[in-house]
Design a protein around this ligand. Structure first.
Ligand code: ADP
Ligand code: ASP
Ligand code: MG
Length: 424
């Protein structure tokens, strides 16, 4: 069971979480579940800690940043163990370095390599609830690492895989995965199930309900994941009856469709991402090696480039190259490119962080044409200008002005027939 930041925000909320855990431990049919709980820091806490690091040293050392930001989860794991104990449930916390959860050295964006589960399994055998702080691990050097923002989801899936859990329930502040962010489109529909592949794509283009890496890991390890709400009362449908959204394999999905439990849609969901920025290099020499000169230094600095467009050479031998990078890397990317201006040979560098990427995702696209055309038409009808386009087998993304994000998401949600029927 994993509980996110809003679910852990304060002692009263933690008490509710403890109650959900206790009810899950003693299922209605009398079976007793063995439970490991993974917790996030209280809502807003990680942001607060990140700001402290920035204030202390704008060019902070990521290893020390990890020491600071990992503390938010240490607090909530201890508090949940205390609260469970107060209810008479034996419980203890297991910090990342105590198990340990081994990760690669990459501070602030580490990847889990292995989890030693022996101590956990012994604790479960003894009837204890194990509470693990999400987000944190330990490097080969014995130092604290963190898994990138939203990383507690990945901690939960990794722990579930390590102990061969029956299921990994991700409790959050919405009751499942919706056709789009329900905070933007009130008529978004909750999905009974989503395939790993679609969820991976949705997460990677901005649906922050699950960290992208957690979905990739669940897919690789075959972990059964359910997303559900922690904002429930004692009468709520038990988690074992699957009230939330299941993340499942395509084979399982096909079965659900055949049995009439799910309808196949052309588009499964729509996501938006305001965290990218656009860079344009003008009048780049149109010859072999130019583009490599641009992207090589960015790659060496671990800056992820997403959308790329190279215009047809306007004048003889010159072309404009446009691409996007994460907003947090914009200044670094710009500095690197300015340093290499002579080597690359461009004229001007223009940047714009006032953009958004809107994506439509669905495995139905593999076998049906027309998804992109519908998108472009619907946006055009509302006068929304498309600045760039990228596609994959199950996704179409467009770059637009950031101010038009909400409008575009709503328009597309209707255009693909995803709006929930209005109930009287
Ligand atoms: P937690 O703190 O529990 O990890 P997050 O804030 O990371 O929660 O993720 C939950 C949020 O994800 C929701 O409040 C919702 O606004 C947002 N979200 C974005 N896209 C979707 C979607 N397609 N379905 C459900 N929630 C979504
Ligand atoms: N507390 C961390 C964050 O805010 C990890 C998480 O909540 O998943 O990014
Ligand atoms: Mg999250």
């Amino acid at each position: 069971m994993k509980f996110g930041g809003t679910s852990m925000a304060g002692t009263e909320r933690i008490r509710r979480v403890a109650n959900i855990v206790r009810r899950q431990q003693h299922a209605a049919d009398g079976t007793r579940h063995e439970i490991v709980v993974v917790v996030s820091a209280m809502a807003g806490e990680t942001d607060r800690l990140v700001n402290f690091c920035r204030e202390a040293n704008p060019l902070y050392d990521p290893a020390e940043y990890d020491v600071v930001v990992a503390s938010g989860e240490q607090v909530t794991s201890g508090l949940l163990a205390l609260t469970l104990q107060a209810m008479g449930c034996p419980a203890r916390s297991w910090l990342g370095w105590q198990l340990p959860i081994r990760t690669i050295e990459a501070h602030s964006r580490a990847r889990v390599e292995a989890i030693e589960a022996d101590a956990l399994l012994r604790a479960l055998d003894a009837g204890e609830i194990a509470v693990i702080p999400g987000f944190q691990g330990m490097s080969d050097q014995g130092r604290v690492t963190t898994l990138g923002r939203g990383g507690s989801d990945t901690s939960a899936v990794a722990v579930a895989a390590a102990i061969h859990a029956d299921r990994c329930d991700i409790y959050t502040d919405v009751d499942g995965v919706y056709t789009t962010d329900p905070r933007i489109v009130a008529r978004a529909r909750k999905l009974k199930a989503v395939t790993y592949e679609e969820m991976l794509e949705l997460a990677s283009v901005g649906a922050k309900v699950l960290q992208t890496r957690s979905v990739g890991l669940a897919m690789k390890e075959g972990v059964r994941v359910q997303v559900l709400s922690s904002f429930i009362d004692d009468n709520a449908t038990p988690a074992d009856d699957l009230p939330g959204t299941l993340i499942i394999s395509e084979g399982e999905m096909n079965q659900m469709v055949e049995n009439g439990h799910m309808e196949r849609q052309l588009v499964t969901g729509i996501a938006h991402d305001k965290n990218e920025a656009k860079i344009i290099l003008t009048r780049v020499p149109d010859r072999p090696g130019s583009v490599a000169n641009i992207f090589q230094p960015l790659s060496a600095a671990s800056i992820n480039v997403d959308m790329i467009i190279q215009n047809v050479g306007r004048d003889k031998g010159e072309t404009d190259v446009t691409f996007t990078v994460p907003q947090t890397d914009l200044l670094r990317a710009q500095a690197l490119l300015e340093d290499r201006r002579d080597v690359i040979g461009y004229n001007r560098i223009i940047t714009d962080s006032h953009i958004a990427k809107i994506s439509v995702v669905g495995v139905g696209m593999k076998s049906h044409a027309g998804v992109a055309a519908t998108m472009f038409r619907a946006l055009a009808d509302r006068g929304i200008n498309i600045q760039a386009i990228t596609t994959s087998e199950i996704k179409v993304s467009v770059m637009i002005d950031e101010d038009e994000t909400e409008l575009a998401v709503r328009v597309l949600h209707s255009a693909y027939g995803l709006d929930e029927e209005e109930t009287a």
